[in-house]
Design a protein around this ligand. Structure first.
Ligand code: CDP
Ligand code: CDP
Length: 226
């Protein structure tokens, strides 16, 4: 049977994955999966339940039963709108901790694959191309310098009226990158067949066009039967 196409977009924090993936999905009329939101929701659930973020069995049980819903750009946990709550740096930090637990990743695996539906899916995260959709026809890995990424987060926080320290953000970013890259299960790394895109000096629109062009070339190859 033919499987719906998937475009995977992986990379470190603030490399632009979410923004680029959402736009590519809109252009193609594809579904969109923000896999990081599932890890953020798991961390938030654990924090609310008072569970320790390194209690693997307890956190995995929460992940398996996550009452998460995505609708009209909002994220819900049961009947609570947690769209803004899950973006807090503390929740991102918690997400990166629970994401290192193999039982948590296993609990979220099938749920992520279920998003692969016609006419297609754009999925962003850390292991979309390596673990969740290894057979995806088009894979992209976005990078950018830690300084550029910290500046983007800084701007986002200031625009939302929060206070932030650029130096703290660079340090947080490096700590999270290190944990995501060093972990034993599904570490942050490009799939061997991923297109690498450094967005340090690249605008969003240019990155979107590069992903679309890559997808078109992958599709062309598939039609020639290779
Ligand atoms: O937006 P940002 O890149 O900062 O974070 P995110 O994509 O929402 O992911 C938050 C955390 O969840 C990451 O630091 C990873 O540790 C984890 N994550 C993961 O392990 N695998 C994924 N597919 C997505 C996120
Ligand atoms: O999903 P991820 O954490 O990788 O990043 P994002 O939330 O999509 O992007 C973080 C911020 O950087 C957003 O405000 C984007 O608009 C901005 N950005 C940018 O200015 N230039 C890029 N090439 C990519 C993202």
């Amino acid at each position: 049977a033919h499987r719906s196409p998937v475009i995977t977009i992986d990379g470190p924090s603030a490399s632009g994955k979410g923004t680029v993936a959402e736009r590519v999905a809109r252009v193609l009329g594809f579904h969109f999966l923000d896999s990081g939101a599932l890890y953020r929701l798991t961390a938030l659930s654990a924090m609310k339940a008072g569970a320790s973020l390194d209690d693997e069995a307890a956190v995995a049980a929460l992940a398996a039963a996550l009452p998460a819903r995505f609708r009209d750009g909002r994220v819900w946990l049961a009947d609570e709108d947690v769209t803004d709550a899950i973006r807090a740096e503390a929740v991102g930090e918690g997400a990166s901790k629970v994401a290192a637990l193999p039982a948590v990743r296993a609990a979220l695996l099938e749920r992520q694959r279920a998003y692969r539906q016609a006419p297609g899916l754009v999925a962003d995260g850390r292991d979309m191309g390596t673990v969740i959709f290894p057979d995806a026809p088009a894979k992209v890995f976005l990078t950018a310098s830690a300084e550029a990424r910290a500046e983007r987060r800084y701007k986002q926080l200031i625009e939302k009226g929060n206070s932030a320290s650029l130096a703290d953000l660079v340090a947080d970013m490096q700590a999270r990158d290190a944990r995501d890259t060093a972990r034993a299960v599904a570490p942050l790394k490009p799939a061997p067949d991923a297109l690498l895109l450094d967005t340090t000096h690249m605008g969003i629109e240019t990155a979107v066009q590069a992903v679309l062009a890559h997808y078109a070339s992958c599709e062309g190859r598939a039609q020639q039967g290779n």
